[in-house]
Design a protein around this ligand. Structure first.
Ligand code: CMC
Length: 430
């Protein structure tokens, strides 16, 4: 029980309302406003800017300091010393695995990489020119029509198998959505390869030749997945939790998360960054676009800049920038025109008083787009790759919620519509 209390004095109400205050391990205290309903009031917080919607032990962010911890471990340490599947284990189970636990986890995930053969036919229902995120919304939701033996959310084993299936099958489905769009045959996963090598094999391989995956690119891919693995209660994770709070099955919840991720304010930003760089087209036009971003009457924003929580450098962006430098050096890319625009744009934005005052730093999507482009990933697949990496975060949060105590998420509103009025028959309306 909380000992500290906040007191709330409301105009027109005689009593003072006492609200409990809770402290987390680290981070800001929270005021429990749940008791306000009984007093006939709700809190009002559009965009959930000041609202903690749950308690969680998975990920911690200090936006002012630019800190991101998964189960306590800083993201830069994980990016340097760990790999994506080990980070998945950490997020799901709360601790780094022993060697035996890691081997077992990796081999279990690998055993689930194939998808039901009929899913191949399912793809034929889509137009070839469909955006891969549109396809992903559909096929991931449809997994619940194929894997009936992992839908019982009250069964711990079902939940665990659903987690394995989702982590293992997302790269397969992602690559299939790309192959479908270019009219090439789907590639079966190769379980002798690492998670990221296998993804690149399914994306770029063909059945006529053995795949030859560059270890440098596979490592960069792994790091991109790792850096996107989780980010506490962001829009898509909150969507997954909200969908899950009604008791919906995990595959349906992931489809909801993918839909929320797609928007350009969230995961869609990596695709939007590249489109913006292409639209700018030349270093000489950067000033014009920066001026538009600062103009209140112009809806244009610099994509890949700013963050709801980070008011400092996004710690993922720091690692991503290093990785971008490594990949570009390794591939010998030093005269890419889009890269030149990106570098100059970053420099200008970091020195411009508008961006400094509003604390708008480059975010993870600014640099991930650059690496993905260098690896040869088509722009339309950028957000899909974010979804592949974030799957573990979604499932870890969904599992944390389902295995604890939770209620259906049901926010209220400040109603500003008409008060009650009588129906007007059609012949009496003006
Ligand atoms: N370019 C120009 N101005 C901006 C930008 C930007 N990218 N981002 C924020 N601002 C301004 C905004 O106009 C506002 O100004 P004012 O206070 O004068 O009205 C102020 O900064 C605060 O912005 P906000 O929209 O209230 O902030 P938010 O927390 O609601 O939005 C954001 C955060 C990420 C949606 C926003 O910064 C943005 O649209 N960025 C571009 C899209 C992007 O890169 N998204 C990826 C986020 S990181 C990956 C992920 O988590 O998915």
């Amino acid at each position: 029980m909380s000992e500290r209390k906040a007191t709330l004095k409301v105009d027109g109400l005689d009593e003072t309302i006492e609200l409990p205050i809770y402290s987390g391990t680290i981070g800001p205290d929270v005021i429990d406003v749940g008791g306000l309903t009984a007093k006939g009031m709700f809190t009002y917080d559009p965009g959930f800017v000041s609202t903690a919607a749950c308690d969680s032990q998975i990920t911690y962010i200090d936006g002012a300091e630019g800190v991101l911890l998964h189960r306590g471990y800083p993201i830069d340490q994980l990016a340097e010393h760990s790999d994506y599947l080990e980070t998945c284990y950490l997020l799901l189970y709360g601790e780094l695995p022993s060697k035996a636990q890691k081997d077992n986890f990796v081999s279990t995930v690998k055993r689930h990489t194939m998808v039901h053969e009929q899913i191949r036919t399912f793809f034929n229902g889509f137009r070839r020119d469909a955006h891969p995120m549109a396809v992903m919304c559909g096929v991931v939701g449809a997994l619940s029509a194929f894997y009936h033996d992992s839908l019982d959310i009250s069964d711990e084993h079902h939940r665990e198998v659903a987690a394995f299936r989702l982590i293992a099958k997302m790269p397969t489905l992602a690559a299939m959505s790309y192959k479908f769009s270019i009219g090439q045959p789907f590639m079966y996963p190769d379980n002798n390869m690492s998670y990221s090598e296998n993804f690149l094999h399914m994306m770029f391989g063909n059945p006529c030749e053995p795949s030859n995956i560059s270890p440098v690119l596979a490592k960069a891919m792994d790091r991109i997945f790792l850096l996107h693995a989780d980010h506490e209660q962001n829009a898509s994770t909150s969507t997954v939790r909200m969908a899950g709070s009604s008791g919906a099955n995990p595959f349906a919840c992931m489809a909801a998360g993918i839909a929320a991720l797609w928007g350009p304010s969230h995961g869609g930003a990596n695709e939007a960054v590249l489109e913006m760089l292409e639209e700018i087209g030349d270093v000489s036009r950067i000033d014009e676009f920066v001026a538009r971003a600062k103009d209140k009457d112009d809806p244009f924003r610099l994509m890949g800049f700013g963050h709801r929580v980070y008011k400092n450098f996004d710690p993922r962006a720091k690692v991503m920038k290093e990785a971008a430098d490594e990949v570009l050096a390794e591939l010998g890319i030093d005269n890419d025109p889009l890269l030149a625009i990106a570098t100059r744009l970053e420099q200008i934005a970091l020195e411009d008083s508008y961006f400094i005052e509003k604390k708008l730093y480059p975010n993870v999507d600014f640099y991930s787009g650059i690496i993905l482009k260098a690896i040869g990933i088509p722009t339309s697949m950028f957000t899909v790759i974010f979804a592949v990496g974030r799957t573990v975060g979604w499932i870890a949060h969904w599992h944390e919620m389902i295995s604890g105590s939770y209620r259906i998420a049901r926010p209220r509103q400040l109603y500003t519509g008409h008060a009650q009025r009588d129906f007007v028959p059609l012949d009496k309306r003006g």
